[in-house]
Design a protein around this ligand. Sequence first.
Ligand SMILES: Nc1nc2c(ncn2[C@@H]2O[C@H](COP(=O)(O)OP(=O)(O)OP(=O)(O)O)[C@@H](O)[C@H]2O)c(=O)[nH]1
Ligand SMILES: [Mg+2]
Length: 410
Amino acid sequence: MTDGMLEDDEAASRPPNGSNGALGIEVSFVMPCLNEVETLEGCIKAARKCIADHGLQAEVIVADNGSSDGSQELATRCGARVVVVTDKGYGAALTGGFAAARGRYLVMGDADQSYDFGEAFGMIEKLRSGADVVMGSRILGRIEKGAMPWSHRWIGNPVLSFLGRALFRSKISDFHCGLRALTRESYERLDLRTTGMEFASELVVKASASRMRIEEIPITLYPDQRSRPPHLRTWRDGWRHLRFMLTLSPRYTLFLPGLMLMTVGGALLIRLYQGPLAIGPVVLDIHSMQLASLFVIVGYQAMTTAIAARIFAVSEEIGPSAPWMQRAFKIFTLERGLSAGLLVSLAGVAFIGVAVRSWAELDFGPLEPSTTMRPVSLGATLIALGMQTLLMSFLYSMLGIRRRRPGRSA
Ligand SMILES: Nc1nc2c(ncn2[C@@H]2O[C@H](COP(=O)(O)OP(=O)(O)OP(=O)(O)O)[C@@H](O)[C@H]2O)c(=O)[nH]1
Ligand SMILES: [Mg+2]
């Protein structure tokens, strides 16, 4: 206890509701760990040194996923509290560790000695002066030789950080730094859900989207000190980060591309309905009209899927909240969606009726496609749009049921 660190049984006697108790634990250091017997001791010692150097009231937690190499026993011997987490994965481990943590501030960092927990003190100071989340930045700081494979240094991390900044209007220079700190209050507000490495993205994305005060400090990345290969697998985990960010930003990945496709297709479709279009020696006619129709349909599908994704993200609380959605649900009711879908489909049927009339005039004999294909194309497109509206209205309404559950906000 000389360094302010709480012993196991003392900490364990505290109520598991996040209150700080009489001793007032200020900081919980939480280390996700899976078979890190080679490096865990060094990490715990570094955290304890940070605690002693700055006289912190703190605890060290090792969130372990059932290591089979003796990590748990080692952690206990080194004075850390082991939290056994049954759900597998980096995110699940941290979630379990944070749930058991009692500090007002939560520091997270890898157990492979790639970070120096001493640098976490700068983060704690920032939290003390009002920050909600403090990110370590290896970009503003230093990446030691051999600490990061070149593909992560020059492709994976910059590309994912760039996307994250662009999609979520964030200024963070290093989206995936493993050393971070946040207040318990912010952590609870974020309500993080992912279980794998994409937990790191979820934290920054949600904190940015909910306009939390995020600060960053330069830190150093050291080569990890273990002989085992990293848990992180470049392609699998890179993709999980990317997938997470893309699915949470349907506006950019689906809605806007869909809108563009639909506008181009729609303009062309309307123009070609009136007759062939000559651009210099190139003549666009009914074949191009088919493709224009395809553009419109696919564009509309993308836009309506984007809306479904957004409703899903809001109801599952995995994305930024959207106060406008509550109002939109009042205007665009299921009944109105169904009526609109039906009306557009009927308009499509009317266009096809025009072609059928010409056909009837020919006693249902062979048709001249260059005239009759035009209303058929337009009519079929409208029916597809109408049906899509109808089907999506059902889907939105189903997704919205969960959102409107009593006690849940929009
Ligand atoms: N409990 C638990 N810990 C994990 C799991 N996956 C990774 N970790 C821990 O999370 C930390 C980071 O894992 P690493 O394998 O070093 O991944 P990384 O640092 O993102 O990637 P590298 O830069 O390649 O090392 C380490 O302390 C691991 O022991 C897991 O599934 N469960
Ligand atoms: Mg590592």
